[in-house]
Design a protein around this ligand. Structure first.
Ligand code: NAP
Length: 333
C-alpha cells in the first residue's frame, strides 16, 4: 500500500501575525526508506511561541524555508526502521515537523517512556521547550528563595505555569500575569498562585503596586514589551529579572521594543539574565527526572490544550498568539 504524508508548508512569510494564509496543507507520496532512516507516524505536534521567529527570513532559531515543512517538535511511533537502535512500535520524540508522517535520520530523536498513557506528556510537562525550560530557568537562573515575591508573565502558558508552581513550592509568594479571567481564575483556584493579574482587563502597574508594595524580588519574563517595563518599575532592591522569552515581540523581530525602564536595574541594584534551556545540557536529564517524579507524586500539573487534525496547525499558531491556550498547546494528528 502506498502511504501519503500530509504536511503544513510555509508558502508566505508572515508580516505581523502568522495568519493561516501563510501556510498550505500539502500531500506527498512516501518514497522507500533509505538506509539509516526511520519513519514515524506523528501523534502530537508541539505548538511553540518560538516557532513564530522561525517563519522570518532570519532569526535566533533555525528558519523555515519558503515551500518547506514548518519545523516543530513532535512525538509519535516508529512505523518503519532502517536505523540501528530503532524498532517498529517504539515511541519517539524529536524534530518531526508539522506533518503526519516524518521520514528522517534519527540523530536528534529520543526514545521516550510509554508508561504515561498519552504521549503528549513528552511535549508538555516533560518537554524540552516547556517543563524542562521552566525547571532549568527556575533552578539555574531564577534561584528563588522562601519569602521572595515572584512574578511570572504568560503565567497560564506552558512554561509560565510550571515556573509559577516551582516558585510556589520553593516558598515564594507567586503572582501570575495572564490574559483573561479564565486564566487568572485557573492560576489562583487550581494552581494555588497567591494572586493573578489580568493584563487585558486591568492596569498591570497599579495591580503590581497593590499586590507587591515592597517590590518584586524575582521576575520570570516570557512576554517582554510593556509588561516587562511595568515589572521593572516595581523591582525590589537586588531583584532578579529572568528573560525566558518575549512573545509580545515575535511578530516584529526586526524592531524589537526594548525596555524603557531599564535604569531601574541600576537604581535597585538589580540584575537581568537571559537563558536558553539548551545551554544547560547537563541539567536536561536532571530536570526531566525531577519533573517525572513530581508528576507521579501529583505535585505538579501541566494543563494541555489540544486541537485535533493536522490541518488545524496554522489555526493553533494564531490561537496561541491571541492567548487562547491554557497550558501546553498541541495539535493531535
Ligand atoms: P505559551 O506560554 O504556552 O503561550 C504563549 C502565551 O503568551 C499565550 O497563551 C498568551 O497568553 C501569551 N501571549 C501571546 N501573545 C502575547 C502578547 N502579544 N503579549 C502578551 N502575551 C502574549 O508558550 P510557550 O511556548 O510556553 O512559550 C512561553 C515563552 O517561553 C515564550 O516567550 C517562549 O519563547 C519562551 N521559551 C523559552 C525557552 C528558553 O529556553 N529560554 C524555551 C522555550 C520557550 P495570555 O493569554 O496570557 O496573553
Amino acid at each position: 500500500m502506498t502511504q501519503q504524508n500530509q504536511s503544513v508548508v510555509l508558502v508566505k512569510r508572515p508580516v505581523g501575525d502568522a495568519t493561516p494564509d501563510c501556510f498550505e496543507l500539502q500531500a506527498s507520496q512516501l518514497e522507500p526508506l533509505a538506509a539509516g532512516e526511520i519513519r514515524v507516524a506523528v501523534e502530537y505536534i508541539s505548538v511553540d511561541a518560538g516557532t513564530r521567529t522561525m517563519l522570518q527570513g532570519e532569526g535566533f532559531h533555525r528558519q523555515v524555508a519558503l515551500g518547506g515543512v514548518v519545523l516543530a517538535g513532535g512525538v509519535g511511533r516508529v512505523i518503519e526502521s532502517q536505523a540501528e537502535g530503532f524498532s517498529v512500535g517504539q515511541a519517539v520524540r524529536g524534530p518531526l515537523g508539522a506533518q503526519t508522517i516524518a521520514t528522517l535520520k534519527p540523530d536528534f530523536l529520543e526514545v521516550v517512556d510509554d508508561a504515561y498513557g498519552e504521549l503528549s506528556v513528552h511535549l508538555g510537562l516533560l518537554g524540552g521547550s516547556t517543563g524542562i525550560t521552566a525547571w532549568i530557568g527556575m533552578h539555574a537562573v531564577a534561584k528563588v528563595s522562601p519569602g521572595d515575591v515572584f512574578v511570572v508573565s504568560a503565567a497560564a502558558g506552558a512554561v509560565g505555569c510550571v515556573a509559577g508552581q516551582i516558585a510556589k513550592q520553593a516558598g515564594a509568594r507567586v503572582i501570575g500575569i495572564a490574559g483573561g479571567s479564565r486564566k487568572t481564575t485557573y492560576l489562583v483556584d487550581t494552581l494555588g498562585f497567591d494572586a493573578a493579574i489580568d493584563y487585558k482587563g486591568s492596569d498591570v502597574s497599579e495591580r503590581l503596586k497593590a499586590l507587591a508594595p515592597e517590590g518584586i524580588d524575582v521576575f520570570f519574563d516570557n512576554v517582554g514589551g510593556e509588561i516587562l517595563d511595568a515589572v521593572l518599575d516595581q523591582l525590589a532592591l537586588r531583584a532578579k529579572v529572568v528573560i525566558c522569552g518575549a512573545v509580545s515581540q515575535y511578530g516584529h523581530m526586526n524592531r524589537v521594543e526594548g525596555p524603557s525602564m531599564y535604569l531601574r536595574l541600576a537604581e535597585r541594584q538589580a540584575s537581568m539574565e537571559g537563558f536558553a534551556y539548551f545551554h544547560f545540557p547537563e541539567l536536561i536529564p536532571v530536570a526531566k527526572e525531577a519533573l517525572a517524579e513530581a508528576l507521579k507524586a501529583g505535585n505538579i500539573v501541566m494543563p494541555e490544550e489540544i486541537l485535533p487534525g493536522i490541518e488545524r496547525y496554522p489555526e493553533a499558531l494564531s490561537f496561541m498568539f491571541r492567548g487562547g491556550n491554557l497550558g501546553k498547546l498541541m495539535v493531535r494528528v
